[in-house]
Design a protein around this ligand. Structure first.
Ligand SMILES: CC(C)(COP(=O)(O)OP(=O)(O)OC[C@H]1O[C@@H](n2cnc3c(N)ncnc32)[C@H](O)[C@@H]1OP(=O)(O)O)[C@@H](O)C(=O)NCCC(=O)NCCS
Length: 190
């Protein structure tokens, strides 16, 4: 089924593709789950709130259509496992791109978020030629911190926004740690 949809990235176990309206029930099943949404400042989402977010991502960002959240689907079964991607923000007056990930709690600890995040990092640096990526993480979100570290992110600074304090992690295109990627470099393929 995924072959006919708009695939952004593929990994050994995952297909990351553009979200479609039919993803609403699966996305809402995750967004209404207090476990999956524990570290999101706005908490769980209703069906209507999920629909609004999904519609926003279906339209795409007006200035950054290459960014967004993508359905993260199990290649072998076609199961909707979560949504991961790249989000543009302006933070302290600076344009930043956040690496974002959310996986179905029933599948935590299988390395799926790390697998998706690695592919997204490569894509961001090599194909999209983004020099810097960030993660904004609640310091108590140990799993998210681990994923960030495993894809070469390092603590950048403390950040406070309207939702409260969080830790900003960051990595650059030429950072060491197995992810020094430049366009055309063999390591750039995912
Ligand atoms: C963060 C998240 C995406 C990780 O997904 P995942 O597929 O379980 O991650 P992985 O299996 O790749 O594991 C990555 C690391 O996190 C650790 N980890 C996974 N779940 C954990 C948990 N509940 N508590 C502590 N560590 C955990 C793993 O052990 C692994 O670390 P290790 O290699 O040192 O053992 C997932 O917990 C999630 O979707 N959380 C809700 C959404 C969220 O908070 N997103 C981040 C917002 S900043």
């Amino acid at each position: 089924m995924t072959e006919t949809l708009d695939v952004v990235l593929e990994t050994e176990r995952l297909v990351l593709r553009r979200l479609v309206p039919d993803d609403l029930p699966a996305l809402h099943a995750l967004y209404r789950d207090p476990v999956a949404r524990r570290f999101f400042p706005d908490g769980t989402r209703t069906l209507e709130q999920t629909r609004e977010e999904l519609e926003w991502f279906l339209q795409g960002h007006p200035r950054h259509p290459e960014l967004g959240l993508w359905a993260t689907v199990e290649r072998a079964t076609g199961t909707f496992l979560g949504r991961c991607g790249l989000l543009p923000w302006t933070i302290d007056g600076v344009a930043e791109v956040e690496l974002a990930y959310l996986i179905d709690p029933r599948r935590w600890g299988e390395g799926l978020a790390t697998e998706a995040a690695r592919a997204i990092v490569r894509h961001a640096h090599a194909a999209l030629e983004l020099d810097r990526l960030i993660c904004l993480i609640d310091p108590e979100n140990v799993a998210s911190l681990r994923v960030a570290e495993k894809v070469g992110m390092r603590f950048d600074r403390h950040h406070v926004d309207e939702h409260g304090p969080c830790a900003m992690y960051a990595r650059s295109r030429l950072d060491p740690g197995g992810f020094a990627i430049v366009p055309g470099h063999p390591g750039a393929s995912s």
